[in-house]
Design a protein around this ligand. Structure first.
Ligand code: CA
Length: 328
């Protein structure tokens, strides 16, 4: 166990929604020695909340990070994820190493996620990065109710949207243009996009380059460390119960998380005026605005997929006792 006090670390609030991709992202984030995870909040979107909480707490115990506060969200979006997708990550806390690991409940805060985020930002002495790999609901609630707290947000990195590619929603009230995180709570998407915070959007345009293919899983299997094996087992569960319509699982959330660690030469961003639609069949669609009338945001348009994959494999090359401890 190590604790790196000597270097100034970047403070991050991680808001996730409990999917397998999110749990892998938590593991990846905790490997980053330049990052201080100051809190974890859970949006009950692509998960059942108690499963997400259980897996999160077990991962924190496994990596000696039991003191990080965890807050469960209770705000619900308009468009629920399919029930079988939400049930899929139950698999993660049923794996042997996860079953053997006790979840420490002492760090679960007794207020909902959006309230915890608001209080953290209110009292923050320095700017914090908010990494979001689920819908924007918790942060949007805070921004709408307390716009003065925006000054304490250094950057928001959000996996969401499909700007110049088709979306991944195939529901009766959708024309297929939306990405799921943006569709779950279209109003929250609009609030965040129009908020003026320093937002780096990680849309499907970028994540489409990172399918979880057999070659990647094979490379990971050859690392042969505790973390690489656990990550490989998580990803193995996605090869049969696959939550996309193209039967391919991607590194959606992993890419957003990896941006905090990979070299900046790994990705290219562009800045575009966009608008968010609120009505069916395009509720939650983030589209390029015709003129400068929309909100100007920065989004990741391309990445070096191989460099990102190799980064993930390198970071997962460790055993659990080598994680450093986040002291909160
Ligand atoms: Ca997610």
């Amino acid at each position: 166990m190590q604790h790196k006090d000597s270097v100034k670390r970047r403070k991050v609030i991680f808001d996730h929604d409990g999917g397998i991709d999110d749990l892998l992202s938590l593991l990846l984030l905790l490997t980053m020695e330049h990052i201080e995870v100051v809190g974890i909040t859970i949006t009950p979107a692509d998960c059942y909340p108690e499963d997400a909480l259980t897996s999160t707490l077990k991962i924190l115990s496994l990596t000696n990070n039991e003191s990080i506060p965890v807050a469960l969200g209770n705000l619900a979006g308009l468009n629920p994820f399919p029930a079988d997708w939400r049930a899929q990550p139950k698999f993660c806390h049923a794996l042997p190493v996860m079953l053997r690991t006790k979840e420490a409940r002492a760090n679960v805060v007794d207020e909902p996620a959006h309230v915890w985020v608001a209080k953290y930002l209110q009292n923050a002495c320095e700017q914090v990065t908010v990494l979001m790999t689920g819908p924007a609901t918790n942060l949007a609630y805070v921004i709408e109710g307390h716009s003065e707290y925006k000054n304490n947000i250094g950057q928001v990195i959000w996996m969401g949207g499909a700007i110049r590619v088709k979306g991944n929603v195939a529901m009766h009230d959708s024309d297929g243009s939306q990405e799921w995180n943006a569709y779950w709570d279209p109003q929250a998407t609009k609030v965040l996009i129009e908020s003026g915070v320093n937002l780096c959007l990680v849309p499907l345009d970028a994540t489409n380059s990172l399918p979880i293919d057999r070659q990647f899983l094979f490379e990971l299997s050859n690392v042969k460390t505790e973390l690489a094996d656990l990550a490989g087992q998580f990803w193995a569960a996605t090869t049969t119960a696959i939550p996309t319509y193209e039967f391919t699982y991607f590194m959606w959330d992993i890419l957003a998380t990896a941006l905090l660690g990979v070299s900046e030469s790994c990705w290219q961003t562009t800045s575009t005026h966009v608008s968010v639609e609120l009505t069916s069949p395009r509720a939650g669609t983030i589209s390029c605005a015709e003129s400068s009338a929309g909100s100007r945001i920065e989004w990741v348009q391309s990445i070096n997929a191989e460099q990102v994959r190799q980064y993930v494999i390198r970071q997962f090359n460790r055993n659990f006792e080598t994680f450093f401890t986040n002291k909160c």
